[in-house]
Design a protein around this ligand. Structure first.
Ligand SMILES: Nc1ncnc2c1ncn2[C@@H]1O[C@H](COP(=O)(O)OP(=O)(O)OP(=O)(O)O)[C@@H](O)[C@H]1O
Ligand SMILES: [Mg+2]
Length: 327
């Protein structure tokens, strides 16, 4: 296979058994997902979609934290499910690094954050001794607009949410990764500081040539920083393409609805937002629905939508999974 791809996700699906062992059903949390990232063209690729659409499940498969039920994930031409040995896994993790939603969970509250950064440098073999570990930590911190001096001897609780999230990005940068998977990295950060974090991703793409998979509910920041976006609904990607096209002039009725109801940046309004877009607790019902998963909520639904999965159609510079655009 060509090794011009950094990441190549091919027809990946993941099912989970929900309900009892006998009475339960298999639910496809991620369904036949395909996309790739080029090695030579670092980009910010956003995965958007409401709660329970399969974003974290996808991210876990990309991080080798969960095996796909079907399909393959290739990183730099190598099937990641073939990574079995510890040293191979370390080498993989050096190149593919996560940034999580709650930065406070990344750091042990009882340890100074700098120690954590030093350990990361040593564990990945980036630094051989304390002195070079300090240099590497300082280098990574400078990339996020901080310095070792500023953090000196601080514990996580002595830092602000925005600072600690920037430090968790710095932690991810210590191993000099080529891909960062950021799962809701700004949802717990103050609205006023969100742009600092997302601007940081832009800078990493442009100056450090790091590709970023940005997982979010927040279409406003997604629009602002992404090159491409994939909109997920109940395990399926329903629309994917350049962000100006997909969010600028959405074709799928679900993307249209999402765009109309861009959530307020205030986290306490997330529930209201979920209500407005008709998100209910009948997730599993939607997952197991025949045909298009959006049929029950779609203003443009027709009979055939309820019968069989819509095809992936190439239309107006993006891919859209909807009968409205098929012949
Ligand atoms: N380990 C698991 N066992 C069973 N079901 C799971 C498991 N992990 C995820 N699921 C189910 O898979 C679906 C997708 O979950 P996932 O966490 O990937 O969604 P998400 O898009 O990340 O949601 P959110 O925006 O709330 O983080 C959900 O219905 C969830 O309940
Ligand atoms: Mg999630």
């Amino acid at each position: 296979m060509s090794n011009t791809k950094l990441l190549d996700v091919r027809h990946v699906s993941r099912s989970f058994r929900v309900g009892g062992l006998l009475s339960g059903v298999n639910m496809m949390a991620v369904n036949d997902l395909t996309f790739s990232l080029d090695k030579d063209k670092p980009e910010i690729f956003t995965i958007a979609g409401e709660s329970g659409s399969g974003k974290t499940t996808l991210s876990r498969m990309l991080l080798r934290d969960l095996d796909p039920t079907l399909g393959e994930v290739f990183f730099e031409g190598r099937d990641v499910s073939a990574i079995k040995k510890r040293n191979e896994f370390t080498a993989f993790m050096q190149k593919v690094q996560p940034v999580f939603q709650n930065p406070f969970e990344t750091f042990n509250p009882l340890r100074r954050v700098e120690e954590y950064l030093f350990d990361t440098a040593i564990n990945f073999g980036i630094a051989k001794d304390k002195k070079s570990a300090m240099e590497e930590a300082d280098r990574a911190l400078h990339l996020v607009g901080l310095s070792l001096e500023e953090l000196s001897r601080r514990y996580p609780h002595e830092l602000s949410g925005g600072q600690i999230q920037r430090i968790s990005v710095a932690r991810a940068l210590i191993s000099k990764p080529s891909l960062i998977l950021a799962d809701e990295p700004v949802s717990m950060v103050d609205a006023s500081l969100r742009m600092t974090i997302v601007n940081l991703f832009k800078k990493l793409r442009d100056e450090e040539k790091v590709s970023i998979i940005y997982i979010t509910h927040d279409l406003a920041t997604a629009y602002y920083i992404s090159d491409r976006i994939a909109v997920m609904l109940r395990g399926y990607v329903v629309e994917m393409g350049p962000v100006e096209k997909v969010l600028g002039s959405p074709l799928h009725p679900y993307t249209q609805l999402l765009k109309e109801s861009v959530p307020s940046p205030e986290p306490e309004n997330k529930e209201d937002w979920a209500k407005r877009i008709g998100l209910s607790t009948i997730e599993v019902k939607e997952y197991s629905r025949q045909g298009c998963k959006f049929a029950g909520r779609c203003p443009k639904v027709t009979e055939r939508c309820k019968q069989a999965d819509p095809p992936d159609v190439e239309a107006e510079g993006r891919t859209v999974k909807c009968y409205l655009y098929s012949n």
